[in-house]
Design a protein around this ligand. Structure first.
Ligand code: FAD
Ligand code: NAI
Length: 465
């Protein structure tokens, strides 16, 4: 079969690229090695983790906040089997949805490992059988896999990655999390809410270290209330599976006494690495750069008809970044001139409170030597937050000292994940802090904290503080 475009990998990068190509009139095939579409995000990433975050948050509220709301119930119990089953149902509904979208857009789905025979021929291998398809263009969207510790491989039983952490058959007694980034904090808080003791060991001095420093500090305070413990600035030196127990040793990176802890599971969440195994890149002469497929500003590889997008190329490993790149490549192939503003791709951590950011962090502005002003507004001063008992959190606005243009929006608090879209819109249109502060924000809403933080940034005159 001859195609205009073959997409290898069906995650949010690949399936979105395939749909957009089909919408633009191309004959498209997508190759996926697993039996379900949707990639990491839908099968073992964004969607299942959010399903467990929601379930565990319901449990936490039933156990801790219902009483104060005037709802008396018997002591709630966790049914982990049902929680995991519901997560599975949510995943199935989502991946079935992608299969439907492929049919709707007349995209051929080929199940099997895709690899290059040459720059216009892709081999699909499944159960010892090979078929080949030919194409004008190829989009590589093969994603990423969890990074293991160099001295302790994933045994998938006690030393686990996020994939196994989404499928546990019991609530751990003590979950040790190595890496206090996004996965560590999201999945750590899932298990902390449903009764596990959770200890996080992080190499750097702050949690979620790629985000604005204030966010990490506030998140640590909030998750401490869940009973989570932290060893920041600690380097893990050994992880040993002793059968039903795992021993983790770590030392403070600036000297001091080493610590040793025992847990029943260790979640290793120290980042993900691009995945290109079995792709046959050598057949088309593409060499990796630190594991990633090198691409130019148009996401084109060194081979004229081959593009690469998503986690397998440089940049944030986020589903919506992969999606934007899929659209960009498709539209370029159709002769359009699309553009991505990478600085305005938001980042979200779905803990409770949620953390969401867009634009520059305060640390980045300092590093750039850029003069800025800052406005903060705490959730506890919001009527809406008092009503819902979601008092933890704040909004931090960073704006250019002279022009007042918003340079960064950083939110930790209830519903930050949804609120950050307003920050993206404001920054896409290059709004000033004063612009936003003069727009009517419905009362009572969490978004009023954004308006107030803009008032604080622009003229140091918040109304409710
Ligand atoms: P993937 O989604 O990794 O898809 C790649 C696909 O290619 C896979 O299906 C793979 O099987 C297939 N493939 C690989 N090689 C071949 C081959 N040779 N032939 C055929 N098929 C192949 N991001 C967010 O934005 N928000 C979140 O809330 C979020 N939560 C996450 C939670 C967890 C636990 C994890 C692990 C990740 C999360 N992410 C989240 C990150 C997000 O999942 C990734 O950024 C996103 O999936 C990347 O999309 P992609 O299309 O580049 O690759
Ligand atoms: P991450 O990069 O977010 O965090 C890894 C953390 O581990 C960092 O804080 C790092 O300093 C620390 N670390 C690295 N090596 C260490 C070591 N040896 N000992 C102790 N700490 C160490 O990576 P994570 O959490 O594994 O997630 C992978 C990717 O998946 C991220 O890039 C993220 O963007 C994406 N993701 C996105 C989510 C979202 O958007 N909500 C949710 C989950 C994952």
């Amino acid at each position: 079969m001859q195609y205009n475009v073959v997409v290898i990998g069906s995650g949010p990068g690949g399936y979105v690229a395939a749909i957009r190509c089909a919408q633009l009139g191309m004959k498209v095939a997508i190759v996926e090695k697993y039996n379900t579409l949707g990639g990491t995000c839908l099968n073992v990433g964004c969607i299942p983790s959010k399903a467990l975050l929601d379930s565990s948050e319901h449990f936490h509220n039933a156990a801790h906040t219902f009483k104060e709301h005037g709802i008396d119930i018997n002591e709630p119990k966790v049914n982990i089997t049902q929680m995991i089953k519901r997560k599975g149902d949510v995943v199935k509904a989502n991946v079935d949805g992608i299969a439907f979208l492929m049919k709707k857009n007349k995209i051929d789905v080929h199940t099997g490992v895709g690899s290059f025979v040459d720059k216009n021929t892709v081999k699909i291998s499944k159960d010892g059988k090979d078929t080949t398809i030919t194409t004008d263009k190829v989009i590589i969207a093969t994603g990423s896999k969890p990074t293991p510790l160099p001295f302790a491989a994933f045994d998938k039983k006690r030393i686990i990655s996020s994939t196994e952490a989404l499928e546990l058959k019991e609530v751990p007694k003590h979950l040790i999390v190595i890496g206090g980034g996004v996965i560590g904090m999201e999945l750590g808080s899932v298990y902390a809410r449903i009764g596990a003791k959770v200890t996080v060991v992080e190499f750097l001095d702050s949690l979620i270290p790629t985000m604005d420093g204030t966010m990490g500090k506030e998140l640590q305070k909030a998750t401490k209330k869940l009973g989570m413990d932290f060893y920041l600035g600690h380097k893990v030196t050994a992880v040993e599976n002793k059968g039903k127990e795992v021993i983790v040793k770590a030392e403070p990176k600036n000297g001091g006494a080493a610590v040793e802890m025992k847990g029943d599971y260790v979640l290793v969440s120290i980042g993900r690495r691009p995945y290109t195994d079995g792709l046959g890149l050598e057949k088309v002469g593409i060499e990796l750069d630190k594991g990633k497929i090198p691409v130019d500003d148009h996401l084109k590889t060194k081979v004229d008809n081959i593009y690469a997008i998503g986690d397998v190329v440089r940049g944030a490993m986020l589903a919506h970044k992969a999606e934007e790149e899929g659209v960009l490549v498709a539209e370029q192939l159709a002769g359009q001139k699309p553009h991505i503003n990478y600085n305005l791709i938001p980042g979200v951590v779905y803990t409770w409170p949620e953390v969401a950011s867009v634009g520059y962090t305060e640390e980045q502005l300092k590093e750039q030597g850029r003069a800025y002003k800052m406005g903060n507004f705490p959730y506890k001063a919001l009527g809406r937050a008092r009503a819902s008992m979601d008092l933890d959190g704040l909004v931090k606005i960073l704006a250019d000292k002279t022009t007042d243009e918003i340079l960064g929006v950083h939110i930790i608090g209830a519903r930050a994940a949804d609120m950050i879209a307003a920050g993206v819109v404001a920054m896409e249109y290059r709004a000033s802090a004063e612009d936003v502060s003069r727009m009517s924000h419905a009362h009572p809403t969490y978004m009023e904290a954004v308006k107030e933080a803009c008032l604080a940034a622009t003229a140091n005159r918040p109304i409710h503080m």
